[in-house]
Design a protein. Structure first.
Length: 483
């Protein structure tokens, strides 16, 4: 198929608009040549579309958030034919009627100033003969300097919920082969046969004991800090038995890839912010937190000069501090005067409903422009994170607005998935043998106030109040698969 901008402007096959993007969250690469002792990379790759003369081109922005020592400071980073990170990725993905491997993916590299991350960068434009939409669902592969494939991620619209795995608190790996790493995508089960509150966990991980079957569960805790942080299994004990007898089986090289379907008797939204715990036999080896997501669009009343798109994610770090991570496109290239805040409003309909900064205390930490900075690269893409304490908990922050500023101007707005509600008081229990009061003669019974429409309240297994997410927002955000 001929990929020419002039032709596509009049054809039914439309290229993605500038500012559209794809995202891959990286996990370990797997094929028959995989070694658990190879350098491992975690992080994010963002693909944006541009134009080079009459050709639609792709540019890859990478941010490696953690990496063991590499064998050099440059290596390949490419989109491959494959559509799953659970099998070999196949060759490079290009249209051989339009270009060649040497003219498309072969020359594309990541570069770094040091052998150990974190580090970020952007590739030059690549003409593969395929536009943005045709690359969705394919995998991005990162190569070591010696050509070894060491990381893989599936390209999606970036709107799903996930937990990035690290060491379970108190677990110290003996070596790289026993260091847990990877991603667990989580969301409602979207299959036609799914029952209410069915959920799915799709895991892509390494660093576990070869050929061993072990548990993988959502836990009641909301942090991976401290041995008590992850908590116990998370389910509504008032509705049924604990279904977290779910397991995965590691491959012969300690790699895990697959999907778990279960039901913890909570709506999917109540699982957001909770921990995912991966066992290795009787040992809890890995932990991550399922983050809340705000997908941003144009700020109300703003006439776009900069069409900023992307996501901000929020995960609880402790009782007093949260982690903000972000992936934004469409920012002014090579700028640092951009920021992101959580606001007090609950929707992006008008400037009034967006509200002001969301915090408690005498000092507004969102005014610290250095802390909340969103630095864009030469391609107008920003990938990063920061920890912030603003006097509000993770759950208090759900359903509030997120605002992106460019040089002081509010340009984008979104809402963190989740609607808070307060558990109603329990019905009073009559004292034993108590006599019901007799109404006074001719007394008029009081009229009950109309009940406020609200989602039903449940209790976590550890006694904390739960919450629910707007159905449309959560389903749109969660219906993303990397299998």
């Amino acid at each position: 198929m001929f990929r020419n901008l002039i032709v596509l402007c009049f054809a039914h096959v439309a290229i993605a608009a500038l500012g559209d993007f794809l995202v891959a969250e990286l996990g370990p690469y797997f094929d028959t040549a995989f070694s658990p002792y190879d350098p491992q990379v975690a992080g994010t790759v963002v693909v944006t579309e541009g134009a080079n003369n009459t050709q639609a081109t792709l540019t890859l922005t990478y941010h490696f958030t953690s990496a063991s020592a590499m064998t050099g400071t440059t290596g390949g980073i490419h989109i491959h034919v494959g559509t799953s990170c659970g099998v070999s990725a196949g060759g490079h993905y290009f249209d051989d009627t339009e270009t060649s491997d040497d003219d498309s993916w072969n020359p594309v590299k990541w570069t770094a100033s040091a052998a150990t991350g974190p580090f970020s960068g952007v590739t030059g434009p690549v003409y593969s003969g395929y536009d943005m939409g045709e690359n969705e669902g394919h995998v991005v592969v990162v190569h070591n300097a010696n050509g070894t494939k060491i990381a893989c991620g599936k390209l999606t619209n970036g709107q799903g919920h996930f937990a990035k795995l690290g060491n379970y608190p108190g677990y110290t790996p003996a070596d790289l082969a026993n260091t847990p790493r990877g991603v667990v995508m989580a969301g409602p089960n979207m299959e036609a046969t799914a029952q209410p509150n069915d959920i799915s966990l799709e895991y892509h991980m390494a660093g576990f004991t070869a050929s061993l079957s072990s548990g993988l569960h959502i836990h009641a805790g909301m942090t991976c800090v401290g041995t008590d942080g992850p908590g116990g299994h998370y389910w509504d004990a008032s509705k049924g038995a604990d279904n977290w007898n779910t397991t995965y089986t590691a491959s012969a090289i300690g790699f895990g890839f697959g999907k778990i379907d279960t039901n913890d008797f909570y709506p999917w939204s109540a699982n957001v912010g909770h921990t995912v715990v991966v066992h290795d036999g009787s040992t809890k080896r890995a932990c991550g937190v399922i983050g809340a997501v705000a997908n941003v669009g144009v700020y109300p009343g703003y006439t776009p000069v900069h069409t900023v798109k992307g996501q901000m994610r929020l995960t609880p770090k402790s009782a007093t501090e949260n982690t903000v991570s972000f992936t934004f496109t469409g920012l002014p290239p090579s700028t640092t005067n951009n920021v992101v805040h959580i606001h007090s409003g609950t929707n992006c309909s008008t400037t009034d409903t967006v509200g002001g900064h969301f915090y408690a205390g005498a000092t507004d930490p969102w005014n610290d422009a250095t802390l909340v900075q969103v630095a864009a690269n030469s391609n107008g893409v920003a990938i990063g994170s920061f920890d912030i304490a603003y006097g509000k908990t993770f759950k208090e922050s759900l359903a509030h607005t997120v605002v992106v500023h460019v040089n002081g101007t509010k340009v984008a707005c979104g809402v963190l998935t989740g609607d808070l509600y307060v558990a109603p008081p329990a019905a009073p229990t009559a004292a034993p043998n108590a006599t019901a009061p007799t109404a006074a003669p001719n007394a008029t019974a009081p009229t009950a106030a109309a009940p406020t429409a609200a989602a039903p309240t449940t209790k976590e297994s550890n006694g904390a109040s739960s919450y629910t997410v707007s159905a449309g927002a959560i389903l749109a955000a969660a219906a993303v698969s990397f299998l």
